[in-house]
Write a new protein. Structure first.
Length: 739
């Protein structure tokens, strides 16, 4: 029986008409004047007045409260970058032609006002909300023929949802501090208040613990980078993280740190096994050990000592493997001492509650992924813990039991390398619509409006610093608007028109080099088949452009840019400006351009496949994907689970073959080890390819080889190792008939 009859499940195909109807009936007061600026997110109320405010070299930015001085400096720097005009931050009384920043305690819940007449006045109840108002002011600036103006207007605005977030993955792909700052600037422009940094995982531990300095020393073992990236990655320094905290707070953005535990902790376990490990498990900390619990408390407090401004700390608590725990002496002692622990899962629930208590003692709230939602049992999840829904678990159950929920569902809010939903899909989505799982499932659970839906978060997983802005700029802006003003209305085309304006602002703020591309994209906005011509244009004169196509950080192998670049294969462009001493000036820029592989049908295409020893999957990562003829889509692959695993294809009759190509997942850093065998009868096998000792990074070309003509009906690929994580993956199996 459905315990939540108010929940409606709607296929994506039916959404467009529903949402258009809702938009037409919404009671809103949008900017209606034809000369209204192109804002994102669209404010709740904009009244355009006659005239403009001219800003000159005599104009100042007045901080009406000492607390707002850092924001005045930030705004001054931004306006200089955007217009070439420097407005000096100042104290005192504002006069005509100035910009005034003020605190007003009568404005609550992130509400702000912007009044532009003889001067521009931004008011809000706290620093971060005044920062939101200045982002609106930046979007209203006009710079024509050297004259900088702002149209006269009155804006009254506040967000519909308080949690508007973005996650970036620092624990799988190294991001320089400058790259993180670019993302913070992106968040500021679109009023994304929370930037979650995933700072630890099985691959990398990027937090600089003074108590456990050994953790992170093994990062080089698992670092997954594109070719020629840094061979060893050390954790950030305390000074770097404190600088990021200061930078974000000055711009009205809270960094929400996530130290993922107890699972996803392979780096902790591997680098400090005496403190965190237990036998038989390589990626879960020993939740039964008092020594481990003490260490976890130390780590969390060290992290909160740096990230002091945030009201939230993310504890992870997802995808936890507890195998091996029950047989340990620590587990048996913990169960006996508690009297309430009947299973490892009970102890896991207690561990999450204990972590929450550590955070609460610092006056902050905890967030967990949906696996941490355990409302019953001996150790229920504390009610003031926020649950981040991501994988289709019933969100109505969470809100119905009184928990606050953040919508971070894979569909449509995940960007996992090339896997990202198109803009029209996101446009036909609303924040109360919770996706029902991974790829291939386009159905939603739609909840009624409730205060327990706190907001939404876009999650960028396993993406390089160089492509964060490229991947996020449009999708984050759209999700941000839906969280700020769900009644914004309009069409996707009108949104894109506004985005074209704000994109120009973003480009100037975060990209010191303009990237122009001549050529045609296919499939998505960065995939091509015919060669592209890439032109780099500096925004600052007198500096030299240097670049690389392998995504490496600046080094002596970077080239000086002199002529446009021809891209006839997949490239990871990264470029920067350098002075005559070779010192980098400003941010780096980057883009990922993927060459689409044209694969003709081969003997394996569409044939029956079987796998083992593990069972085949029933979702979008099942074995049939490996013979679907789509070798150009790395995100569409067979996920075979932990190695070793095999995949076998029946060619249906005996063919003479002389070439096999196994295209695995590839991200520029990981490698696979595998062999290929052939058989006539499925009983006796002959090895024809052997990559069992290969350590070269996997590429889009795959693991291929020719061999003497051999008769075969069956082909078996034995996947032996993935250097990045336990699972093995095949994008496409290609078997060619001998000519």
């Amino acid at each position: 029986m459905n315990k939540h009859p108010e929940i409606i499940r709607i296929p994506y195909a039916l959404l467009t008409l529903i949402i258009i109807t809702a938009a037409l009936s919404a009671a809103v007061t949008p900017a209606t004047a034809s000369d209204a600026p192109d804002f994102i997110p669209l404010p709740k109320t904009v009244r355009m007045e006659k005239g403009t405010l001219s800003l000159t070299g005599k104009s100042r930015i007045i901080a009406g409260d000492q607390k707002l001085k850092p924001l005045a400096v930030v705004l001054s720097d931004e306006m200089l970058t955007l217009t070439g005009l420097r407005l000096a931050p100042a104290d005192g009384k504002a006069v005509d032609g100035d910009i005034l920043l003020q605190l007003d305690s009568s404005l609550k819940d992130e509400a702000y006002t912007l009044e532009v007449s003889k001067l521009a006045t931004v008011k809000a109840g706290d620093y971060h909300s005044v920062a939101s108002g200045t982002a609106t002011l930046l979007q209203a600036l006009r710079n024509s023929n050297g004259a900088v103006t702002v149209p006269c207007m009155s804006v009254e605005d506040r967000p519909a949802y308080s949690y508007r977030g973005l996650l970036i993955d620092l624990a799988r792909k190294y991001h320089s501090p400058g790259g993180v700052k670019q993302v913070i600037e992106l968040c500021r422009l679109y009023k994304i208040r929370y930037l979650q940094v995933h700072i630890s995982d099985d691959q990398l531990f990027m937090f600089p613990s003074s108590k456990f300095p050994e953790v992170g020393r093994g990062n080089w073992e698992f670092a997954r980078f594109e070719p020629a990236s840094m061979p060893k990655i050390k954790p950030y320094t305390v000074e770097e993280l404190k600088d990021l905290e200061k930078f974000s707070q000055e711009r009205g953005v809270h960094i929400v740190p996530e130290m993922d535990m107890p699972g996803h902790s392979g780096r902790l376990v591997g680098d400090a096994p005496g403190v965190f490990s237990f036998p038989g498990n390589g990626n879960t900390v020993n939740i039964a050990s008092p020594k481990t619990l003490e260490a976890v408390g130390i780590l969390l407090n060290e992290m909160m000592d740096i990230f002091q401004g945030t009201p939230y700390v993310h504890l992870g608590a997802d995808e936890v493997g507890l195998g091996g725990l029950e047989s340990t002496a620590e587990y048996k002692a913990a169960a006996e001492k508690s009297g309430k622990i009947k299973s490892p899962h009970d102890l896991y629930c207690k561990f999450v509650a204990d972590m929450q208590d550590i955070v609460a003692k610092r006056g902050k709230k905890s967030i967990v992924w949906e696996e941490g939602f355990n409302p019953g049992g001996a150790y229920p999840l504390p009610k003031d813990t926020i649950v981040m829904a991501w994988n289709g678990r019933n969100p109505g159950d969470m809100t119905g039991k009184g928990y606050q929920v953040i919508n971070a569902e894979w569909t449509p809010l995940y960007i996992v390398r090339g896997d990202k939903r198109p803009m029209d899909f996101i446009f036909n989505w609303q924040l109360t619509m919770f996706g029902q799982g991974h790829l291939g499932n386009d159905s939603f659970t739609t909840l009624p409006e409730t205060a327990n839906i706190l907001g939404a978060q876009v999650c960028s997983w396993e993406n390089s610093e160089s492509i964060e802005i490229q991947s996020l700029h449009d999708r984050l802006a759209l999700v941000g608007e839906k969280a700020w003003n769900p009644q914004a209305g309009g069409t996707l085309e009108t949104f894109k028109a506004r985005l074209a304006h704000t994109d120009q602002i973003l480009e100037k703020l975060v990209n010191p080099i303009e990237i122009k591309v001549k050529g045609e994209f296919t499939h998505d906005e960065n995939t091509f088949s015919d060669p592209l011509i890439i032109t780099l244009i500096p925004r600052v004169k007198g500096l030299t452009i240097k670049y690389t196509l392998d995504n490496s950080m600046p080094n002596d192998k970077w080239q000086v840019y002199t002529v446009p670049i021809t891209a006839d294969k997949t490239v990871h462009l990264r470029a920067g400006l350098f002075d005559n001493k070779g010192v980098q000036q400003g941010y780096l820029v980057g883009s990922w351009f993927k060459r689409k592989m044209i694969i003709k049908p081969n003997l394996a295409t569409g044939k029956q496949v079987t796998v083992g020893p593990g069972p085949d999957r029933t979702d979008g990562y099942g074995a049939k994907v490996a013979v679907d003829g789509k070798a150009d889509n790395v995100e569409s692959h067979w996920d075979g689970g932990p190695a070793p695993q095999w995949l076998r294809v029946d060619l249906e009759k005996i063919y003479p073959i002389d070439n096999i190509n196994v295209i695995t997942y590839y991200d520029g850093g990981r490698y696979y080890q595998l062999t290929a065998e052939v058989s006539v009868d499925g009983n006796e096998w002959k090895t024809v390819l052997d990559f069992s000792k290969d350590t070269a990074p996997a590429t889009s070309a795959g693991y291929s080889g020719s061999f003497p003509k051999t008769n075969a009906r069956y082909v078996r690929i034995n996947m032996l190792k993935n250097s990045a994580n336990p699972s093995v993956h095949i994008v496409e199996l290609i078997v060619n008939e001998a000519k």
